[in-house]
Design a protein. Structure first.
Length: 117
């Protein structure tokens, strides 16, 4: 079982999609969580981040107002709600955990999101 497993999909432009990332093998409730994307030929970039208790969030400029990150510590799951999707949002999306002790990093396997008509 991978520490982080996520699911994505295919969606049409201006549609919505929710990504989920389930954690195991570390203490999720004290971990900071984030989502990154990597488009073909480009570097991985931050999409959104959320603190362990969910009190603070941070978003990349390209997704502000369209995407929302949230978490359910009872389910060890972090979500990325994506709305008003554009073809340029097409990428592989990765979830990342920064876990105690030592803020060790865990990365999910990546999930493909394709925005196309």
């Amino acid at each position: 079982v991978q520490p982080l497993e996520s699911w994505g999909g295919l969606v049409q432009p201006v549609g919505s999609l929710r990504l989920s990332c389930a954690a195991s093998g570390f203490t999720f409730s004290t971990s900071h969580m984030s989502w990154y994307l990597q488009a073909p030929g480009k570097e991985r970039e931050l999409v959104a981040a959320i603190t362990s208790a969910g009190g603070q969030t941070n978003y990349g400029n390209s997704v502000k107002g369209r995407f929302t990150i949230s978490r359910d510590n009872a389910k060890n799951t972090v979500y990325l709600q994506m709305s008003s999707l554009k073809p340029e949002d097409t990428a592989v999306y990765y979830c990342k955990a920064q876990a105690l002790p030592g803020w060790r990093e865990y990365w999910g396997q990546g999930t493909q999101v394709t925005v196309s008509s």
